[in-house]
Design a protein around this ligand. Structure first.
Ligand code: DGL
Length: 258
């Protein structure tokens, strides 16, 4: 049976990309809620409703596990989802723990995410637990989601936005930037150009995919399928988008160097 991946848009493809590298033999379902993207500026109630509708649809298609490949949806809806469905559900959270636990990093840590992820209780609780030395600063970057959805990766707009937003920070004081929104992974090359060389970027994809592998192995659910991906957009089969999605996955292949 297939593994479900869900996001508001194309951000979750960055996590699917990692999963396909780790488990190329599995079959996947990818669902983008394109009718409602971006989630990051909506209310908690709106997001909860959209996510539930989407996951009801995904459950009807049949999945053996679901990755909510969206930090924003995870922060507002993961508890409700786990109570509603019996298959394993894995979420994303900004990689604050590995950033704080990295003993090479003694300077500050900048956590970037959507406005919703930043203001939600889930991240605040996480910081309360792990940010003992008050090393972490928070930065919402909502426009990166829009640039990604419009496919504006290389026209300079996203880079200019990042350059301007990051100019408010003395970057010499930082050792890590956490990419706490799956859409931000498409801009690693722009971050790379702007950030001082010593700063490392961390995102949650690796951790989530390792977790997924572990859960599937533990439940005896690892399978040899055909490595197929079926794409859906807001409850509709999205076969016409396949080539666009495959192009994006190829862009991520090039980005792996970061
Ligand atoms: N990709 C999503 C995340 O990881 C959210 C993007 C959005 O819809 O605002 O938070």
């Amino acid at each position: 049976m297939q593994i479900g991946f869900f996001d508001s848009g194309i951000g979750g493809l960055t996590v699917l990309h990692q999963a396909k590298r780790a488990m190329p033999q599995e079959d996947y379902l990818y669902y983008a809620d394109t009718d409602h993207v971006p989630y990051g500026r909506k209310t908690k109630e709106e997001i909860k409703q959209y996510v539930q509708e989407a996951v009801d649809f995904i459950a009807e298609q049949g999945v053996k596990a679901l990755v909510v490949a969206c930090n924003t949806a995870t922060s507002v809806a993961i508890k409700d989802l786990r109570a509603r469905y019996s298959f394993p559900i894995l979420g994303m959270e900004p990689a604050v723990k590995p950033a704080v636990n990295d003993t090479h990093c003694t300077k500050r840590i900048l956590v970037t995410a959507t406005p919703v992820t930043i203001r939600e209780e889930k991240l605040q609780n996480l910081l309360h637990q792990v940010d003992q030395h008050h090393q972490v600063d928070l930065l919402p970057l909502p426009r990166l989601v829009e640039f990604a959805e419009q496919g504006n990766f290389t026209d300079g707009q996203a880079e200019a936005y990042l350059r301007e937003t990051l100019s408010a920070f003395d970057l010499a004081q930082y050792c890590t930037v956490v990419l706490g929104c799956t859409h931000f992974n498409y801009f690693k090359d722009s971050f790379h150009k702007i950030l001082p060389e010593e700063i490392i970027m961390l995102d949650g994809s690796d951790g989530t995919v390792k977790n997924l592998q572990h859960v599937l192995a533990e439940k005896g659910l690892l399978e040899t399928g055909q490595g197929r991906v079926t794409y859906y957009m807001s409850g509709r089969l999205a076969e016409q988008q396949r080539s666009r999605y495959e192009r994006l996955l190829r862009r991520l292949d090039e980005m792996i160097i970061y």
